[in-house]
Design a protein. Structure first.
Length: 714
């Protein structure tokens, strides 16, 4: 089980901790109360529960369990109150390996199901659809035992307040645990209620950020943050020290931004080492493109095989920006292959992007992606030794017995000499053999695809495509991005700027959360900087106003995760720390700052600064989980140049700018100087002029991109 969230735990009553620890110990030692351990597997589709009407692939996977699952909603919550039953809330997602294991072991077993049905109202939650629900009960898991993960299983009073939360349990332990709490609910309900109140109080306090009224200068903070990060970096294998290794793109975005702005080549080399090792490791799918979610070891060798849209979206952007600095052919290949994978396997006919691809196929994790030497021999014949040397394949297996993960990091460094090949010849040979093995892999049973369309993740994917278009000028990348923008604005957005979390078959059905708004606003701002179509920038401003009206916390200048119009949980939470996905508040801080510049809105800029001030101490204390905040903070120190390009040939000159990595620049312009006030009086007949401005003060206009770049770096 992978523990993928880390946070500072709130203080709770010490006596509560002792009671909860006692429960955890007791649950593992109680007898099974006479229940049979023999698993009784139902026939296919013998049972149907309320999940059958849902659209989430994860929920539909459980629709034929003998457990009487309900989706999260009023029906289940009212039933628990009316029948005075405990809630059993199980949270997971379609690509989660251990979620599948617990389903097969426990939720498909009629003995376990009967125990759950008699004593609980059972609710299944897709964490990707309802991250707000996941956030509440994941906080409970951290309060109780200091760690979390998925599947997340929480037990709660009828009012939804949790008194226990954990992750995966083997069937015997799960039965014992449930029986223990059933007995306690019958004999000492007051104790459970007391603990539920304590935990609910801790959940309310966790991660909500107070206002920082102390004056603060950001000037020296980026350097201090990088210095703290430096000690955590793995200079040999890339990433951060230890295992498992997650890509954490927003962390490397900060280090690359910092390294560039400070001319710190050591920082930049740390980024390149990480990108090189990931690109060559087993975490990358060398046949089909795209990255797995994380590596279980410290060498990027053995992945947890599910592929998530949000990881690949961010990594495409990261590799594209790194290419601008290095022109490394490996980075270009990774970007092109990963986008081809997204287009081939994760794109709907109407231009939306699917959520994930499962780790399992045919009931086994990684089976789709791994190979025995015998299998490769049948496909490649005499070319097998070369292929095996290139990818570190062995007869005994480099992963499990007789099973191999393709991993260039394992290749012999003398490969070119041993096979008498030039680099170009070797690349041609590898490509040819990859295609043979890939074609054979396509005949295998594929892992399941979660085909729901999540607004936030789609916006992130479009941003990755826009970064790739900037770096490589590939029109197809821009077309793919534009098609997704059109989809989101048509299907996920209402006329009054209300967003929806996800869509399927063109229908939207869950109100959006702060990450959906923040990433969509960021995407629209990025697209303006490529298209110079002001309607997209205006749409970003309108959505920002909606966020200010419906998510704003006046006591802190931060934003809640849920829309005030749709917040009905036991606590209203904020998402603050960055993780594998940047936090919605950090993205909004950056959005407000950039839109404040574009629209000359001092309120936006002041709020962005205040938000960063609120978390400045956290950035210093735990920089590994505040990478995107550090990016936003760096923009306060290195205020972006305003690059205005006005005239008929604006597109050509803008494309030249985009070939350069310029994290301290934002772009505006078009064929005329109409629209933004920053463009006023900048049009010159029959010429296309470039204005490099700082805080609205512009240097001498030029027509050459090279001269403009020199003005930025005097």
């Amino acid at each position: 089980m992978a523990f993928v969230r880390r946070c500072i735990l709130p203080d709770i009553n010490p006596s509560s901790k002792k009671v909860l620890l006692y429960w955890l110990i007791a649950c593992c030692s109680l007898p099974s109360c006479g229940q049979s351990d023999k698993q009784q597997k139902p026939a296919a589709h013998e049972y149907v529960n309320a999940l059958i009407h849902e659209t989430s692939p994860y929920l539909l996977q459980h629709a034929h369990n003998p457990v009487h699952w309900y989706p999260w909603g009023e029906a289940a919550l009212n039933k628990a109150k009316q029948e005075n039953k405990m809630l059993l809330i199980s949270v997971g997602y379609a690509a989660c390996h251990w979620c599948h294991v617990m389903e097969h072991e426990s939720y498909e077993d009629t003995v376990v199901a009967n125990l759950m049905n008699r004593n609980f109202v059972c609710i299944k939650v897709d964490r990707e659809e309802r991250p707000d629900v996941d956030q509440i009960y994941m906080n409970a898991a951290y309060i109780i035992n200091g760690s979390g993960g998925w599947p997340l299983n929480a037990l709660a009073m009828p009012d939804g307040k949790p008194f226990f939360a954990g992750t995966y349990f083997p069937k015997k332990d799960w039965i014992r645990l449930l029986n223990y709490f059933v007995s306690l609910y019958q004999t000492d309900r007051a104790k459970l209620n007391n603990q539920a109140n304590h935990i609910a109080s801790g959940i309310s306090d966790a991660e909500n950020v107070p206002l920082n009224n102390e004056p603060l200068s950001f000037q020296k903070l980026p350097q201090r943050v990088y210095t703290l990060l430096e000690g955590t970096l793995d200079r040999i294998n890339g990433g951060t020290k230890g295992q498992p290794k997650f890509p954490m793109p927003c962390l490397w975005n900060f280090i690359m931004q910092y390294g560039y702005l400070q001319s710190n080549h050591v920082a930049l080399n740390n980024v390149y080492t990480t990108l090189d090792r990931m690109a060559k490791g087993g975490i990358y799918d060398h046949l089909g493109g795209g990255f797995a979610r994380y590596s279980t070891d410290d060498h990027w060798h053995a992945p947890h095989f599910e592929k998530m849209l949000y990881d690949n979206a961010q990594l495409i952007g990261l590799y594209s920006n790194a290419y601008k600095l290095t022109h490394n052919k490996l980075y270009k290949r990774i970007v092109y292959q990963s986008i081809a994978f997204i287009e081939r396997e994760m794109t709907s006919p109407d231009g939306a992007f699917y959520s994930s691809i499962d780790a399992d196929s045919e009931g086994k994790e990684g089976k789709f992606y791994t190979w025995s030497m015998d299998e490769l021999q049948k496909i490649l014949g005499s070319n097998t030794p070369f292929f095996a040397d290139y990818y570190g394949v062995t007869v005994g297996g480099n992963w499990e017995p007789n099973q191999n993960i393709l991993d260039i990091n394992l290749a012999d460094s003398t490969l070119l000499q041993a096979y008498h090949l030039s680099e170009s010849q070797m690349r041609e040979k590898v490509n040819s053999l990859n295609q043979l093995v890939f074609s054979q892999r396509e005949k295998r049973i594929h892992p399941r695809t979660d085909d729901k369309i999540i607004t936030a993740w789609n916006a992130m994917m479009t941003q990755g495509l826009l970064s790739a278009y900037e770096a490589f000028g590939e029109t197809s990348f821009l077309m793919l991005a534009k098609k997704n923008i059109d989809y989101l604005l048509l299907h996920a957005t209402s006329k009054d700027n209300v967003l929806y979390r996800n869509t399927k078959n063109g229908k939207a059905y869950i109100p959006a959360f702060l990450d959906d708004y923040s990433f969509l606003i960021s995407m629209l701002t990025d697209y303006y900087q490529i298209s110079f179509e002001q309607k997209y920038l205006e749409k970003a401003r309108q959505m920002t106003e909606y966020v200010e009206q419906h998510f704003y916390d006046k006591s802190s200048d931060m934003f809640f995760y849920t829309d005030a119009s749709f917040s009905h949980l036991i606590a209203r939470k904020m998402e603050v720390a960055d993780n594998v996905i940047p936090s919605s508040n950090s993205v909004m801080a950056k959005n407000l700052f950039l839109l404040g510049i574009y629209f000359e809105n001092s309120k936006y800029k002041d709020q962005a600064k205040q938000m960063i001030s609120n978390v400045a101490s956290s950035i210093e204390q735990n920089p590994g989980f505040y990478g995107n905040w550090a990016v936003a903070m760096n923009l306060q120190v290195h205020v972006p140049y305003e690059i205005a390009i006005v005239g008929d040939h604006w597109q050509e000159k803008l494309s030249d700018f985009h070939l350069h990595y310029l994290p301290d620049a934002l772009y505006l312009g078009g064929a005329t100087d109409k629209g933004l006030e920053l463009l006023n009086n900048k049009w010159v007949k029959d010429r296309t002029m470039i204005y490099v401005c700082e805080n609205r003060s512009c240097k001498r206009p030029v027509e050459s991109v090279l001269l403009a770049l020199n003005q930025m770096n005097p």
